[in-house]
Structures are given as C-alpha cells and as structure tokens.
Design a binder for this molecule. Structure first.
Ligand SMILES: Cc1cc2nc3c(=O)[nH]c(=O)nc-3n(C[C@H](O)[C@H](O)[C@H](O)COP(=O)(O)OP(=O)(O)OC[C@H]3O[C@@H](n4cnc5c(N)ncnc54)[C@H](O)[C@@H]3O)c2cc1C
Length: 247
C-alpha cells in the first residue's frame, strides 16, 4: 500500500474505508512523550504493542497517518526498541501543512497510526566514514546514524533557518558531530556547504544527501564534478517547494 500524499488539511473523521485501511495496513501507537527540544522541533515518543518485534534499521522511514489512511507524512525513527514497542522521531514543524499541524497539536495519550518502518535510503554500498548533508528534517536521521553500529563515523552538515536554535538543540541532544549553515535567501550558504566537500572527498568519505530537493541536486552535481563515484553517494529528497507529503 502506498500512503497517499496530498491534502490541504487534516481529515476530520476517518471514513469507513479509511478506518478499514488503517486497521489492516497500519500499526497503532500512542504518543507517550513529547519534548519541545527547540523552537519548531518536537521529539515525539510513540509506543504500542504493534511496534514490538519490528525489525528496524537506521535510515528507514515511517509514514504517519494524518487522521486518514489517505493522508500521511513521513518521518525518520531515531531509534526503535522492539522489545518494549517504542520509537522516537524528531519532527520539524515548518508551516501549516497536515504534518506540521499534527506535530504542533499532538498531545501525550493521542493515538496515531503508522505505516512502516520501510527502507528509505540505501546505504549498503557506502563504505568508510559518512558525510551526511541535510536540513531540519534530517537531524533525526543523523541521530539514527549515530546509533548505527558501523565501523566508520558519521559527520553531519545541515542547512537550517536558525543556526543558533539548532546548535542549542544539538547540544541538548548531545549531538557533537554536526556543522550548521544558516540559510541565506541568496543561496550563498550553499557555496559554504559545497566548500567543505573537497576535504571530505580527499578523506575518502561516502556521502548521504537528504533534505530540500534543490540542495540535494546541487550537492550531487558538486560531488560528481569532484569525481566521486556514484556508489559512494546515496540521496533522498525530503521535500521540495510546492510539493506535498513526499515519501
Ligand atoms: C524519507 C523522509 C524522511 C523524513 N524524515 C523527517 C523527519 O524525521 N522529521 C521531519 O521533521 N521531517 C521529515 N521529513 C519531511 C517531512 O515529511 C515533511 O517536512 C513533511 O511532509 C511536511 O509535511 P507538511 O504536511 O507540514 O507539509 P506538506 O503538506 O508536505 O507541504 C506543504 C508545503 O510546505 C513545504 N515544505 C515541506 N517541508 C518543508 C520544510 N521542511 N521546510 C520548508 N518548507 C517545507 C512544501 O514544499 C509545500 O510547499 C521526511 C521526509 C522524507 C521523504
């Protein structure tokens, strides 16, 4: 099943068909903790019997139903305790779409239906140390990678709207492997991000590019220009202006 992906707002009450699909295809969980870690960011804990015994790998995604089986938004589990049946996501509310509204309005005790976890990024071909590029929507992925039992390390590079807020949050979450670039309207921060690539390439790193479509495409072009082989680059676009509910 593919969770459908567009709606201007949240469905008020699930239809009978939607309810049937939710119960057949989705895992029911309850919001058991919410930590407002920084302006716009919420660290959300989801728990439920349906989350027990689930095989999860860092980098996989879940899709959370926004009150209907036909509208879902995608998030990245930071960790997954398959014994207890518990996972956590770091959500960034950027606007008024269903995902942002859901994130802003949820309360402890609320039910939630989710689909997955499913593979999102294929990192199996990547070798050695990883340089992960992304934005506010990728910090959960960075935390998941940090928990991965890899032989190499991961360094993260994020373009963000508010660098001070994200740096404060990273300190609170004990993230010490991240460099933050504040967005500029003229896109000059992209040149700063691209500026770190040659050294990472010389160090023989693999690359994970996530976040905003245009940034992923630009960094991918830069890496190809620097001669990085395709098997050392994994990409996953999280959002693009004008598109809704990408998964
Ligand atoms: C594989 C994958 C994993 C993801 N993991 C996470 C995660 O762990 N945490 C997280 O917060 N998000 C994550 N995202 C992104 C998240 O799914 C989107 O930001 C979310 O769908 C936005 O939902 P919305 O309903 O608020 O906006 P939508 O209805 O999807 O979009 C409405 C408008 O907002 C714009 N928009 C969407 N996202 C952003 C943004 N981040 N900044 C500015 N404008 C935006 C769109 O272009 C569109 O014009 C992930 C996405 C993918 C594909």
């Amino acid at each position: 099943m593919s969770a459908a992906n567009s709606s201007a707002g949240m469905a008020k009450a699930p239809s009978r068909l939607s309810k049937a699909l939710l119960s057949v295809f989705m895992k029911r969980a309850v919001v058991t903790a919410i930590d407002d870690v920084a302006d716009g960011f919420r660290l959300v804990t989801l728990e439920g019997a349906a989350l027990r015994g689930v095989a999860w790998a860092p980098g996989q995604k879940i899709q959370i139903a926004m009150g209907s089986a036909f509208v879902a938004r995608t998030f990245t589990p930071i960790d997954w305790d398959a014994t207890v049946g518990r996972t956590r996501i770091l959500g960034y509310g950027h606007g008024e779409g269903p995902g942002s509204v859901w994130l802003r309005d949820i309360n402890i005790g609320d039910d939630c239906d989710l689909f997955g976890p499913r593979t999102s990024l294929d990192t199996r071909r990547l070798t050695g140390n990883i340089a992960m590029f992304g934005d506010e929507t990728s910090i959960g992925l960075g935390l998941a990678f940090a928990r991965q039992n890899r032989t190499g390390s991961t360094s993260c590079f994020y373009e963000v709207n508010d660098a001070a807020t994200v740096e404060r949050m990273n300190r609170a979450l004990d993230v010490s492997n991240a460099t933050v670039f504040e967005r500029h309207e003229d896109g000059s921060h992209l040149a700063q991000m691209a500026g770190v690539l040659p050294e990472l390439v010389r160090a023989g790193m693999s690359f994970v590019l996530t976040g905003k479509a245009a940034t992923v495409q630009q960094l991918h072009r830069d890496l190809k220009r620097l001669g990085v082989a395709s098997n050392l680059i994994a990409t996953k676009v999280h959002w693009a202006p004008g598109k809704t509910g990408m998964d």
